[in-house]
Design a protein around this ligand. Structure first.
Ligand SMILES: [Zn+2]
Length: 148
């Protein structure tokens, strides 16, 4: 186990100890990176924002706030996960070295690929379930009618 893997495992272990449930008590999301306790209730970042009457998106700094002021609006749970992944970036890169921004860009791209690779698997599993539902005679996702 690398030092980064160990630090991440400890960070997530310590966070789990603070939660009041293992998943969001509104939607069931169980990504530890998105979960937080709000008045003794465990919620994901998106459900917390919805409960506060806000849109479930946050501004994300793709290269880190320290490196670039540019932001993009992304779903809050994605933002929480990507921000957590950023905690594993090296902290000792000099701001004034020309290669530092390239390293940060490469790490940001790596994080996006890793994060969306997990999401893509979830989308594939959802589609597989829809295909099985179609074949079992349950209501079709495509037509809204039961399969013949
Ligand atoms: Zn939720």
């Amino acid at each position: 186990m690398s030092e980064g893997d160990f630090n991440r495992a400890m960070r997530h272990h310590n966070k789990k100890r603070k939660l009041t449930a293992k998943q969001c008590q509104q939607c069931g999301n169980d990504d530890i990176r998105a979960l937080q306790v709000v008045t003794q209730v465990t919620l994901c970042a998106e459900c917390r924002l919805k409960l506060q009457g806000k849109r479930p998106v946050e501004d994300h700094h793709p290269l880190g706030r320290r490196n670039d002021p540019g932001t993009v609006s992304i779903p809050a749970n994605d933002h929480a996960a990507l921000s957590d992944m950023r905690l594993d970036w090296p902290e000792d890169l000099p701001d004034d070295h020309p290669l530092s921004v390239i390293v940060i860009g490469l790490l940001a791209i790596r994080d996006l690929f890793l994060y969306f690779a997990d999401r893509i698997l979830g989308w594939a599993e959802l589609l597989i379930q829809w295909i099985r539902d179609d074949q079992s005679g349950r209501e079709s996702w495509a037509t809204g009618q039961a399969a013949p």
